[in-house]
Design a protein around this ligand. Structure first.
Ligand code: DGJ
Length: 723
């Protein structure tokens, strides 16, 4: 394993094919390289690298060459987005001159202690390059000197790395309710491509992962540099290109927390810890980036290791209509299907008959549940299933008892602004509010032995004015208080699993995932939309962290009607579940769903540990994706048709990610419905059905298989195993 080395004047972190080179020059360290592994540099090569990394001094510019420092500011004549902005409140002085005080070099990490003595503060920058995955975690802590007598208002701290001029395009994400993580691709022009989330959560339109890459970089090809901000509150991402470049590079890539005015003010001894920004590089396209993040997430000690239980969520089956007899029938049907966890969604607490009331009053509603949740929970347990319960702890309806008794707990001005879904935000940074909510959840978890919480968050934060702090902006404090609560609940109930949901997939980031076990990708269960949402959610998260449920034939969000097999195949590639009224299905459909439950249990070890592969296809109406086992001895692929397109033949589709030297048996798995074809089935279907289709990985990668053109909104499954 390559070791990080500190030559005199330079630190070279290496891991999993990635290098980060930082020169600890005076006054500020400079980033010379982030990307492909440069190998073990000799002293002479190091010296050459230092010399050759010097940009030219240009006309009408600084007399000395401009480098790109680890925390660029105007002090190094940096005219782009500064790494740090703030001001000393008493004097109004907005300029900072950091100098390198100390460098620490570990085996795979390095820290730089920077200080500005005049401003009375230090910044500790830390870079850790994971040796197994090449994911680089960059973090920063700002600290006021113990003897500082004034106040430092921090405006932002943005962590950036330079990327070379061959990175010419950027892909990031946007979206809306039921259409999260829609990619957008733009050329990197001059100026700043800045994406901000001011919604108090990472959001439905989160940039999610900003990827700069070579021209037309795809899933399987191109060189890509990516950044993700591990934070669940306001945030910003940027790619920036100045005419003068960034040192010897062309552009910069990075991000950080978006701080609202006055959110961070540091007096003597106080600190601000900026969110970790994760950087990843790949020369194998976006799949290479996904691979590194998936592997990095899987290596966390907190990563879920037990088989991911098949879920039934009650939301789309009953909505707010909580009737015990109906729910017991649903539970029995779920048990019969092979479900392993039932989640009671919104509607169980005081006065919650619709989405206009109840939030904040986390007591089981005796009117609807006269015997409490016990009869329901007991029935779930009698089938050997887990029990999950929905909460939306950070929210409040102004008509709730809680809001009436504690109007000052609302995170809003005394006359709150517009409601969203009839609700407002509860100020979790208020110690009493925090304690009340914590105690309620804690008591219910203990009483019903809750295994799983679906933790929802259904509105953006606007005017997050803290009534307990003279109206100061409270998004940062709210995010921290949320983290504290999740941490405290997990510490007290170590077996408890928590799902991050926010109007669907509105809070998916590596900050929330430090304290939760899966995310709800979207409220849209329409498989046509879901194929896209899951494909792109998978750019950061492995399938086992992404909730994927089978919805009704007529989608509740799009009204599109799709076949059961298309819905089942789509929901297979994640942490699978059911989000429908099983009583509305006939015996044939129920037996297909049962077969799917069996298939999920059979395949989940592969699906939840293998590498995600996505083919680059010319036809945008087709998708080919799958999961290949780490040892490449098995794989499960889906061939998907979204709409119609002009080509009659789909042509030979290369199967990505296989071992070229391994020979595979290729089977069609049709127990959850044979695909409806637009044409006559190709000859190899017969062999694949009989189990006699055998091909070497190299041929499957080079020649591929002539895939049939499916009818729109159809999918089929191919299972490969080494022979
Ligand atoms: C929004 C979530 O995304 C849904 O799945 C459901 O839990 C509702 N909230 C309940 O109000």
């Amino acid at each position: 394993m390559p070791l990080s080395v500190a030559h005199p004047g330079l630190v070279h972190l290496r891991g999993a094919g990635v290098s980060l080179v930082i020169q600890f020059s005076e006054p500020m360290p400079r980033v010379l390289h982030w990307g492909a592994d440069l190998g073990d540099l000799t002293t002479q090569e190091t010296e050459s690298l230092l010399v050759s990394s010097a940009p030219s001094a240009t006309h009408n510019s600084t007399d000395e060459p401009r480098y790109f420092s680890v925390l660029p500011t105007e002090a190094d004549a940096w005219s782009g987005t500064p790494g740090f902005e703030g001001r000393i409140r008493q004097t109004g002085a907005p300029y900072f001159r950091f100098e390198l005080d100390d460098v620490t070099v570990g085996e795979h990490s390095t820290s730089f202690d920077l200080s500005d003595r005049a401003a009375g503060c230090t910044v500790k920058l830390h870079y850790a390059l994971d040796p197994d995955t090449g994911v680089l975690a960059a973090s920063a802590v700002v600290r006021r000197h113990a003897d500082a007598t004034d106040v430092l208002d921090v405006h932002h701290l943005t962590l950036m790395l330079p990327v070379p001029d061959r990175a010419v395009e950027v892909v990031d994400f946007t979206g809306k309710w039921s259409r999260e993580r829609s990619p957008q691709r733009t050329p990197i022009g001059f100026g700043t491509h800045l994406r901000e989330s001011r919604r108090g959560r990472s959001s439905l339109d989160s940039p999610y992962l900003m990827m700069a890459g070579t021209q037309r970089f795809g899933f399987r090809s191109g060189e890509v540099w990516a950044a993700h901000v591990g934070w669940s509150g306001n945030q910003r991402y940027l790619v920036e290109q100045l005419p003068e470049g960034a040192g010897a590079h062309r552009s910069t890539l990075g991000g950080g927390e978006l701080l609202l005015p006055g959110e961070i003010s540091l007096s003597a001894g106080e600190t601000y810890t900026a969110p970790t920004v994760y950087f990843s590089w790949s020369e194998r396209g976006m799949d290479g980036i996904a691979d590194r993040f998936h592997e990095w997430l899987r290596r966390r000690p907190t990563h879920p290791r037990a088989p991911r239980p098949l879920v039934l969520n009650t939301w789309e089956a009953v909505y707010f209509d909580h009737d015990l007899a109906t729910l017991l029938r649903l539970t029995d049907a779920a048990g019969d299907i092979g479900v392993e966890r039932v989640v009671l969604d919104d509607g169980w607490f005081l006065g919650r008959r619709d989405d206009g009331t109840g939030l904040g009053d986390w007591f089981v509603d005796a009117e609807v549940w006269p015997e409490g949740l016990t009869p329901f929970v007991e029935r779930i347990r009698s089938h050997g299933m887990d029990f999950g319960l929905w909460f939306e702890p950070e929210m409040v309806n102004l008509t709730s008892r809680l809001a009436i008794e504690h109007p000052d707990w609302v995170l809003a001005p005394p006359a709150p602004g517009p409601s969203i879904r009839n609700q407002h935000v509860l100020n979790l940074a208020h110690p009493d509010a925090w304690q009340f909510i914590f105690d309620r959840i804690d008591a219910l978890v203990a009483e019903y032995r809750i295994d799983y919480i679906k933790w929802d968050h259904n509105r953006e934060l606007h005017e997050a004015s803290r009534q307990d702090a003279e109206g100061r902006a409270g998004v940062h404090a709210q995010t921290q208080a949320l983290y504290r609560m999740l941490d405290a609940l997990r510490a007290k109930h170590p077996a408890l699993e928590i799902e991050s949901c926010a109007s669907g997939g509105g809070r998916i980031d590596l900050g929330i995932l430090e304290r939760t076990d899966r995310v709800w990708a979207s409220d849209c269960n329409d498989p046509e939309e879901r194929q896209q949402i899951q494909r792109w959610t998978g750019q950061l998260l492995p399938p086992e962290l992404v909730g994927t449920h089978v919805g009704a034939a007529e989608s509740h969000t799009t009204k599109r009607v799709t076949s059961l097999s298309f819905r089942l195949i789509t929901a297979l590639f994640g942490h699978a579940g059911i989000e429908l009224d099983l009583s509305a299905h006939d015996a044939r459909e129920l037996s297909e769903i049962r077969a799917w439950a069996r298939l999920y249990k059979e395949q989940r070890a592969l699906l939840h540990s293998g590498r995600v592969v996505r083919a680059d296809l010319a036809d945008e109406e087709s998708m080919f994706h799958g999961v290949v086992a780490e040892d490449r001895r098995e794989a499960l692929f889906a061939w998907v048709r979204l709409g119609t397109s002009v080509p009659i033949q789909s042509g030979r589709i290369a199967l990505p990610g296989l071992d070229p030297e391994t020979t595979y048996r290729i089977e069609l798995r049709e127990e959850i419905g044979a695909p409806v074809l637009h044409e006559v089935a190709p000859a190899w279907f017969t062999a694949a059905r009989e189990g006699s289709l055998v091909m070497r990985g190299a041929l499957l990668a080079r020649l591929g298989l002539p895939m049939p053109t499916l009818q729109p909104q159809q999918a089929m499954l191919l299972r490969l195993s080494a022979i």
